[in-house]
Design a binder for this molecule. Structure first.
Ligand code: NCD
Length: 307
């Protein structure tokens, strides 16, 4: 059995993405009935708030046949001062095959991976990475266009609080590896310094500009006020005027995505969130198949990803 960590999508290849999305499609078509994860133990350790990611991983693991153990900050010995490493070693000795970790500190998942033989799946580490979110986004988008190869050459604008977003740091390399052209739409105060230095992506001033650029998909990010030190936008109303996705942006064929939770009327106007062109509900459903697929590959229960 070969365990494989899912820590980051930096450097992911097109073929790796295709393998994961193909297996996700098998799950969507009913592979879980064969219970590929039967006999495997998946430990969910969520040390930061989560609604959809935690529920999605739990269902994805159970449906595929795994035994599941769940820990949270409050109910675990972390609240008694136990270190992350000691917690990870304990779970390792209890026989976890996969450890799904959400943690407020960037780098926590890589640290955990150095202390366990279990596969570590990063479910969000501070402002670091959130690989399964990006994989399910790619899956929902690919399905809406008719398959993985349909992503190639399409234009997507990533809009909003890129600075604090682990989702942005995972979706941008995923979109690029799938052959998409990516632009960024954000105020300078919400862009990381590395944008100019190493990302080499166009930066646009508003969602209107993104539509004019030819975006076929708008990926809106939550304003992550819990991670901000000081005011980064003059006012929420002004932010929404430039960076909010509204009805007027939704020409024929436009796709709108958001990882959730949505601040309605800020990142996306209320009437658009559940509009027929919004993929937000499809993203949630995609999470189940994609996370079953990731846990299957992570625990070596099915074929390995090509090197
Ligand atoms: C994201 C997260 O927690 O990183 N949400 C999620 O996992 N669905 C995005 C966010 O909190 O803005």
């Amino acid at each position: 059995m070969v365990n494989r960590d899912f820590l980051t999508l930096e450097g992911v290849s097109r073929e790796e993405l295709r393998t994961i999305l193909d297996l996700s499609r098998d799950y969507a078509a009913g592979l879980s009935e064969e219970r590929p994860l039967s006999g495997r133990t998946v430990c969910l350790a969520f040390f930061e708030s989560s609604t959809r990611t935690a529920a999605s991983f739990e269902l994805a693991a159970r449906r595929a046949g795994a035994d599941v153990v769940s820990l949270s900050q409050k109910g675990s010995s972390l609240s008694k001062g136990e270190s992350l490493v000691d917690t990870v070693v304990t779970l390792d000795r209890l026989g976890a095959d996969a450890l799904v970790l959400r943690h407020p500190a960037a780098g926590a998942a890589s640290l955990a991976a150095r202390h366990t033989g279990a596969a570590v799946v990063n479910a969000g580490d501070g402002c670091g990475q959130h690989p399964t979110q990006a994989l399910l986004d790619l899956y929902a988008l690919a399905e809406s266009w008719g398959g993985f190869d349909e992503l190639d050459g399409r234009r997507v604008a990533v809009v909003g609080d890129i600075l604090h977003s682990r989702v942005a740091r995972s979706v941008i390399p995923a979109f690029r590896a799938a052959g998409m052209e990516v632009s960024l739409v954000a105020p300078r105060t919400l862009l990381p310094r590395e944008v100019e230095a190493s990302w080499g992506l166009p930066v646009l001033g508003s969602v209107d500009d993104a539509v004019a650029w030819g975006a076929e998909a708008l990926y809106a990010l939550r304003l992550q006020r819990e991670r901000m030190t000081g005011a980064r936008v003059p006012s929420v109303a002004e932010y929404a005027a430039y960076y909010g996705v509204a009805e007027r942006h939704l020409g024929p064929g436009m796709r709108v995505l958001h990882p959730g939770p949505v601040n309605r009327g800020v990142e996306i106007s209320g009437d658009v969130v559940l509009d027929g062109r919004s993929l937000v509900p499809d993203q949630v459903s995609a999470g189940l198949s994609v996370r079953s697929a990731v846990l299957t590959l992570a625990t070596g229960a099915r074929q390995e990803i090509p090197a």
